[in-house]
Ligand binder design. Structure first.
Ligand SMILES: Nc1ncnc2c1ncn2[C@@H]1O[C@H](COP(=O)(O)OP(=O)(O)OP(=O)(O)O)[C@@H](O)[C@H]1O
Ligand SMILES: [Mg+2]
Length: 348
């Protein structure tokens, strides 16, 4: 994991101080504020947080796919290293350069597949069109490639299914088609925004396993967006926990699960069925739930955003937003109880 304030030379993507705000009639909504993280080649970084924490806005900002009508104010940088070794700031390059990256080296699986599959084209035509555009294949070769992709994502009877329309497929099959589409041009970075949330648990496990296999085969990096920490344990290398648009903790997956530092991360882990525990506290009899709700993005509290819901809050937490502190070289947390670089010692 890259320290928030340094740029890793080897990372596939290095996001630094990314902020996205939306001007509205009621005021400025700061959906993403000063977010920094990195994704290493061939690895998965998970972006975790509850609904409204800024996960989709982060991914859409990186892909430059925020609706034009939203007049988003974006700042920061997102340095992407291409397959050819060139470093491009995704927030600065021109639209033609971005278009040639998108769906090609840089790909995305959306939260809701029906919003990105076109209902009037067959799934084969949609995959073939992307391959023709980015790889310059002729129609026949592009359709053959589309068929290989559908087979790769284990669509049964792919040779027949290739002629079907999105509405003819089940939710799980549509999500597989989305993955085939996203993978068709051999991306070096895949952004997967809650790729399995709408699916039942068995299909979810199959899709996640499929993504893991494709990653092992192709060496692509993945930004994996989810609200489910249980999934993260099995599928991520590094974890970034977002709360109200800010990073509250980031760490490699094992130490994060072994010793979550931020009370919000501790709460998220305690919410996991079968794992309900907060360090230093007895295992609760009932499934834990973090009390209260996320504050309105229009009226954030002046201090720590999590303070109104935090069982460990101190009086000073109301005063100012704590900075993101380096706990160790590869770990950070935004909490006054966390001591900088002090072997995880806590303020009494
Ligand atoms: N176009 C927009 N205009 C104004 N506010 C927006 C816009 N898009 C998103 N937001 C706000 O930004 C915040 C973050 O939204 P985002 O969609 O990123 O959440 P999320 O973490 O992806 O949640 P979920 O888990 O429900 O998908 C929310 O408060 C949302 O209302
Ligand atoms: Mg979302």
């Amino acid at each position: 994991m890259t320290n928030a304030n340094t740029t890793s030379q080897s990372a596939r993507l290095t996001v630094t101080n990314l902020s996205t705000s939306f001007p509205t009639e009621d005021g400025l909504i700061r959906s993403v504020a000063d977010v920094s993280f990195a994704i290493q080649p061939g690895k998965t970084t998970a972006l975790v947080g509850e609904s409204g924490s800024g996960k989709s806005v982060t991914s859409l900002t990186l892909m430059r796919l925020l609706p034009k009508t939203a007049n988003a104010q974006v700042s920061g940088s997102a340095c992407f290293v291409t397959r050819e070794g060139k470093t491009l700031d995704l927030l600065q390059i021109g639209e033609p350069a971005m278009r040639s990256l998108r769906g090609n080296q840089l790909s995305m699986i959306f939260q809701e597949p029906m919003t990105s599959l076109n209902p009037v084209f067959t799934i084969g035509e949609q995959i073939a069109e992307s391959v023709r555009l980015h790889k310059g294949l002729d129609r026949k070769a592009a359709l053959a490639h589309a068929l290989r992709m559908l087979e790769l994502v284990e669509i049964p009877a792919a040779a027949q299914r290739i002629h079907e329309y999105p509405h003819q497929l089940s939710g799980g099959m549509r999500q597989r088609v989305m993955i085939a589409l996203a993978m068709a041009c051999d991306p070096t970075l895949l952004i997967a925004d809650e790729p399995t949330t709408a699916l039942d648990v068995t299909i979810q496990a199959q899709i996640l396993e499929l993504m893991r296999r494709l990653q092992a085969e192709t060496g692509m990096s993945i930004l994996f967006i989810t609200h489910n920490l249980g999934v993260v344990a099995h599928h991520a290398d590094d974890v970034v926990v977002l709360y109200s648009g800010r990073v509250v903790e980031q760490a490699p997956v094992r130490p994060l699960f072994a010793q979550p530092e931020h009370p919000y991360t501790q709460g998220l882990l305690a919410c996991l069925p079968g794992k309900a525990r907060v360090p230093g506290q007895p295992k609760p009899k009932r499934l834990f739930a973090i009390r209260g709700q996320v504050s309105s993005p229009l009226a954030p509290p002046p201090g720590c955003a999590f303070e109104p819901r935090c069982d460990q809050a101190l009086a000073s937490c109301k005063d100012a937003m704590p900075p993101l502190i380096d706990i160790r070289q590869d770990r950070q947390a935004r909490c006054v109880r966390v001591q900088p670089d002090a072997q995880l010692a806590r303020v009494a």
